[in-house]
Design a protein around this ligand. Structure first.
Ligand SMILES: Nc1nc2c(ncn2[C@@H]2O[C@H](COP(=O)(O)OP(=O)(O)OP(=O)(O)O)[C@@H](O)[C@H]2O)c(=O)[nH]1
Length: 323
């Protein structure tokens, strides 16, 4: 599979070397190439379709508009309140003085009277100005609040899309990372078992080579659909790599996970992928690990990955359970 231009080859090389080191494997060209290819095929958010990126971009633009509208409205409101407040404070001071002059009769009553009228006019005018600004700001702010609500909804939807694998509709690695630590915390709090299974289609390269990449894609979709069908609602399917899937099973121990894998095998056998009226045999190898008290999500997945590695190397179509 060619490297998508948006994936940074240096970063891929770094991860490939890390994975080799984690397994204590020498970085021979063959070993390195195997890991490099596996990592390259992971669908990253950079590989999202133009439509999804366009949508994200439009949301950002609308967010920018809403922020700038809010700033304008707030500035207008603040300056009108400050100006009106100053005028009112001045007029009230004058009002006090005029009233005092009236009480002590230091000014002729006609003068006091006309001054009072003039001041009252000013105060009515300022109050009315402030009222008009507050009313229109209130309408503007209500409209901004409504568009922010829409933006929030769109953002939530967009984030969800960025966390999905476009081919199979299952979570991608980014979405899974987001979920994993929460699930570990939940399992720790409730004391329930949490198990992950990583399963990898065997000799998938041969399917691509014999029948073409498009058929390979359809096989991946078929397997993902079968996996979704055997899972409970609370389980999660993740496209973990090119032809590698991860299943997260809350409230399940390794025996339950083995049962799920066996069921998937039976279902895959009963409902094979058909191509040109021929059944394509697809088998897979699996690694299973159950969360330990003192480990985090990454360590859990790494143990499942190691178990998968052992399963692959003890012959295809096997299950290995991590210690
Ligand atoms: N059609 C298709 N092929 C993919 C996709 N992602 C990865 N692959 C292919 O999956 C194959 C994986 O090859 P390998 O890593 O050698 O693994 P394998 O042939 O399954 O062999 P084992 O895993 O060792 O049993 C490569 O040919 C990739 O190009 C995808 O999205 N679509």
């Amino acid at each position: 599979m060619p490297i998508p231009p948006s994936v940074n080859p240096v970063e891929i090389a770094r991860i490939a070397l890390k994975r080799l080191a984690e397994r204590g494997m020498p970085p021979t060209p063959e070993n390195y190439a195997q890991f490099y290819n596996a990592i390259v095929t992971i669908k990253s958010p950079e590989e999202k379709t133009n439509d999804e990126l366009q949508q994200a971009w439009q949301i950002l633009c609308r967010l920018d508009d809403a922020v700038s509208d809010t700033r304008d409205t707030t500035e207008q409101l603040l300056s009108s309140l400050a100006e009106g407040g100053d005028t009112m404070a001045n007029r009230l001071g004058e009002l006090k003085q005029t009233r005092q002059a009236h009480l002590t009769r230091t000014q002729p009553p006609e003068e006091t009277h006309s001054k009072l009228e003039e001041l009252l006019d000013d105060i009515i005018h300022s109050t009315s100005n402030i009222h008009t600004t507050v009313k229109s700001s209130h309408i503007d702010l209500a409209a901004i609040r409504e568009s922010v609500r829409h933006i929030e909804e769109d953002l939530a939807h967009n984030r969800k899309m960025l966390e999905l694998d476009p081919l199979t509709g299952s979570l991608n690695r980014q979405g899974f990372d987001h979920l994993l630590s929460n699930e570990c915390k939940r399992a720790r709090r409730s004391g329930a078992k949490l198990t992950v299974v990583i399963f990898d289609l065997d000799d998938f390269k041969l399917i691509n080579d014999r029948h073409g990449h498009l058929v390979g894609d359809q096989v991946l979709v078929h397997m993902a659909n079968l996996a979704k069908a055997v899972l409970r609602e609370t389980d999660t399917l993740v496209r973990y790599g090119g032809e590698e899937f991860l299943v997260m099973l809350p409230e399940t121990d390794h025996r339950g996970a083995q049962y799920v894998v066996d069921r998937l095998r039976v279902v895959a056998n009963k409902s094979p992928f058909m191509h040109k009226a021929q059944r394509l045999e697809v088998t897979f190898s699996s690694g299973i690990a159950t969360l330990k008290d003192d480990e985090n999500g990454r360590a859990l997945v790494l143990r499942a990955d190691e178990a998968l590695y052992r399963a692959k190397h003890s012959g295809r179509g096997r299950i290995e359970v991590a210690e």
